[in-house]
Ligand binder design. Structure first.
Ligand code: GDP
Ligand code: CA
Length: 319
């Protein structure tokens, strides 16, 4: 079986770990990763979502934090700060720096991001084929208004520095309109037996991937059933501030509203948490098969059960 998943960072990576636990040997998982969160820092190209997937599936993730390396130190960051060189708000550990140095060096030598990601994964052996959504530069910006006036800031500045405390007026995936899907992306979608949308951020993770011309249409027209899992439980994101970016695109932070935002032209099935059993009728009325199951990735077994439920729903849709 060929499974394709679109993924952001923490929510996507954790789900993928559960998915790996339930697939049969020989099944292939292709992950199309969001690169709209990418940022250049200290002359280095940082790809937070690709790295979160790679470290999580490769056994190098800082478990509690959900991003960055385990057993990390921050000597380089401290030294940069001693020089007065920022930004200080983005946490880059020493081990993590090495990843960004290798990536930047390879990009500088002319390799596309997809080839660089494959090379990095040679070390981490994530057990999935990890593809960036595009080799072209895409950077999500957020329009805000504060004491400095109305301006666009990089998504990381909005999310990490400002903690999404300022109203997001618009989300702009800069460069997406002219980006091309990375090699293998459209082919993987077309050849998939199942396409999954993990509980990743619907706007700045999955939404950004779908904003790359050709990807949304490929998913919508794929022969495979498309099943998503709600990142929203009980009217709030499980983790993070997805409600803030949903508001910016005029979508309520509910399991039902997110399903209808994706739309029945894109997804065939949708899983909501048992706490949102009330939403099943409305999602179903919207033309999307919907079930309520436990959706908290509290431990590996619970996460694996979610993946199993998503694959089961895909089978039902297919039948
Ligand atoms: P990011 O790039 O690190 O922000 O990660 P993603 O975009 O992949 O995922 C973020 C989303 O994951 C958030 O909107 C969370 O609500 C969701 N999430 C995190 N943990 C869980 C969980 O245990 N269950 C569900 N259903 N969603 C989760
Ligand atoms: Ca992200």
């Amino acid at each position: 079986m060929r499974i394709v998943a679109l993924a952001g960072g923490i929510g996507g990576a954790r789900f993928l770990r559960g998915l790996k636990d339930v697939v049969a040997p020989g099944d292939e998982i292709t992950v199309i990763g969001n690169t709209g969160d990418d940022i250049h820092l200290f002359g280095l190209k940082v790809c937070p979502d690709l790295d979160t997937v790679m470290y999580t599936l490769g056994g190098g993730i800082h478990e509690e934090q959900g991003w960055g390396r385990s057993e990390e130190s921050y000597a380089v960051k401290d030294e940069l700060a001693a020089y007065g060189v920022g930004p200080s708000w983005f946490g880059l550990g020493d081990k993590d720096f090495a990843t960004h140095i290798v990536r930047t060096q390879m990009l500088g030598a002319g390799y596309p991001l997809s080839a660089v990601t494959e090379a990095l994964c040679d070390r981490w052996q994530p057990g999935v084929r990890l593809l960036p959504m595009s080799d072209d530069r895409v950077e999500t910006h957020v329009r805000i208004t504060d004491e400095q006036g109305t301006r666009a800031v990089h998504f990381q500045e909005y999310w990490v520095k400002l903690h999404a405390a300022v109203t997001a007026e618009a989300i702009i995936p800069v460069g997406a309109d002219t980006a091309k899907p990375a090699p293998g992306v459209l082919e993987a979608i077309a050849a998939a037996d199942v396409i999954l949308l993990p509980p990743s951020n619907p706007v700045v993770s999955i939404g950004t991937i779908l904003a790359v011309p050709g990807i949304r249409r490929a998913v919508a027209q794929a022969a495979a059933p498309v099943v998503g899992l709600s990142p929203i439980i009980g009217g709030a994101p499980v983790r993070g501030m997805a409600d803030k970016v949903l508001a910016a695109v005029g979508v309520e932070a509910t399991a039902e509203a997110v399903a209808l935002h994706y739309g029945s032209d894109l997804i065939d099935g949708w899983l909501v948490d048992e706490a949102d059993a009330d939403a099943v009728a409305a999602v179903t009325a919207g033309g999307i098969r919907c079930l309520a199951v436990p959706l908290l990735m509290s431990d590996p077994a619970a996460t694996a059960a979610m993946a199993r439920a998503a694959l089961d729903l895909a089978e039902r849709v297919r039948a």
